[in-house]
Design a protein. Structure first.
Length: 152
């Protein structure tokens, strides 16, 4: 999934890491011949790439970033009360991760471009910001969605 570079930091080895708008980090090393990123070696070069996009494999893998906290949640839904908007493709907003919590039964979660994932009672599923997705009940189900943002 394409994500914008919003800042940089250095890791424990002093390698540069791009901070992405999904709250994941991605190394931007200049190590020819494998990585040709001379811009990452200077402050001016890094600044010139702010706002550009990188592919975030961690979002594609639905990996929940560290340091997020839930700030609100939906009511509990059942197979009979799932809002129609959740049954068709929709997204969370930029900067907001969703976490589906299945309390009873099973729910099918379908991220765009991926196979459906069955989420069973006691399990959760992660929804990256702005990723199209939909859900559908697999029989009797009870669930809610928590919305998470970066901790203050």
């Amino acid at each position: 999934m394409k994500r914008k570079i919003i800042a940089y930091h250095q890791d424990e080895k002093q390698d540069w890491v791009a901070d992405l708008d999904c709250f994941h980090g991605q190394h931007v090393r200049h190590e020819p011949p494998f990585f040709n990123r001379p811009w990452s070696a200077t402050e001016e070069g890094r600044a010139s790439k702010l706002g550009e996009v990188l592919d975030c494999k961690r979002c594609d893998d639905l990996e929940f970033p560290e340091g997020l906290e839930e700030y609100k949640r939906t009511p509990e839904f059942t197979q009979d009360t799932i809002p129609k908007g959740l049954l068709k493709n929709h997204t969370t907003k930029l900067g907001t991760w969703g976490k589906i919590h299945v309390l009873e039964g099973s729910l099918l979660y379908t991220p765009e471009g991926q196979a459906s994932i069955q989420v069973d009672a006691g399990d959760t599923a992660n929804i990256p910001p702005e990723m199209l997705h939909c859900v559908s009940a697999k029989g009797s189900v009870r669930f809610y969605v928590g919305f998470c943002k970066q901790a203050s």
